[in-house]
Design a protein around this ligand. Structure first.
Ligand SMILES: [Zn+2]
Length: 65
């Protein structure tokens, strides 16, 4: 009888996500995905890292908890 971790593939939501931050352009730990405005009508949706997120307040700020 083989044994394996059935929950191994269900933990992706809690794993650390490292991607290219649209604000600073560095590969860092991602906080969330936001839409930023770069001038008139120029919108860019993408991931934002934790340090940038802490210093940048999105228009739609969601307070969890
Ligand atoms: Zn950043």
């Amino acid at each position: 009888m083989s044994w394996f971790k059935p929950h191994a593939t269900l933990n992706t939501a809690h794993e650390t996500v490292v991607d290219r931050c649209i604000n600073c352009g560095h590969h860092q730990e991602i906080k969330t995905t936001i839409t930023m405005e770069f001038g008139e009508g120029n919108y860019n949706t993408g991931p934002i890292c934790k340090p940038c997120y802490n210093s940048y307040r999105p228009v739609r700020q969601v307070q969890a908890g």
